[in-house]
Design a protein around this ligand. Structure first.
Ligand code: COA
Length: 163
């Protein structure tokens, strides 16, 4: 049983340690981090899951981004990570569903991420071949979710940093 709450300042090092453990070394060299550098995450959507002993089991964070020449507002989902000893028990799904519901409630309607469609497809994400992600990124892994009908209509092009 996990307590899922908004990430607080005091969660920072536990979250960073979990991300270091879960992802390959050098994660901060990924192009996603260039979209995040110097820009605050969206605090209302960054969640931390702790067990009844207070031990961190999972994290999810979101950043604002822009899409295309029109600079359409969207969210970049990630990183999401579940501790290796706690994976495949449903926690990732809980973090996804809780944060997507919050995003909807808070008026966001476009979300993108870089990840496996075979996992994120269950939450409604689809391949975003009409979008371009800063290289080097495998375009097959660029996915989108519209939280509102037609949210991506007339939205295409390069994903860039929110300003
Ligand atoms: C991806 C991740 C967040 C999922 O969290 P989780 O708690 O393990 O996932 P859930 O328990 O909700 O779901 C488990 C299911 O997802 C599947 N799954 C997990 N990672 C997957 C992946 N990369 N591709 C396809 N399926 C995946 C499992 O096989 C399992 O399938 P089943 O439901 O058919 O049994 C977690 O496995 C993780 O932290 N992985 C390493 C870091 C990572 O890759 N983060 C995402 C970067 S985009």
């Amino acid at each position: 049983m996990y307590d899922i709450r908004k990430e607080q300042a005091e969660d920072w090092w536990d979250v960073e340690s979990l991300l270091d453990l879960t992802f390959a070394p050098g994660r901060e060299a990924l192009s996603s981090y260039r979209l995040r550098d110097g820009i605050d995450a969206v605090p209302e959507l960054c969640l931390v899951a702790r067990d009844s002993y207070g031990i961190i089991g999972g994290t999810i964070r979101f950043w604002p981004i822009n899409i295309g020449n029109k600079k359409s507002r969207a969210l970049l989902l990630g990183p999401i990570a579940v501790h290796p000893t706690r994976q495949a028990e449903g926690l990732g799904g809980q973090l996804m569903r809780s944060s997507l519901e919050l995003a909807k409630q808070q008026g966001w309607f476009r979300i993108i991420l870089v990840g496996d469609e075979s996992y994120y497809g269950r939450f409604g994400f689809k391949n975003a071949n009409f979008l371009k992600y800063p290289p080097p990124t495998n375009p097959d892994r660029l996915l989108y979710l519209a939280l509102e009908n037609n949210a991506f209509q007339d939205v295409s092009g390069l994903i860039s940093r929110a300003e």
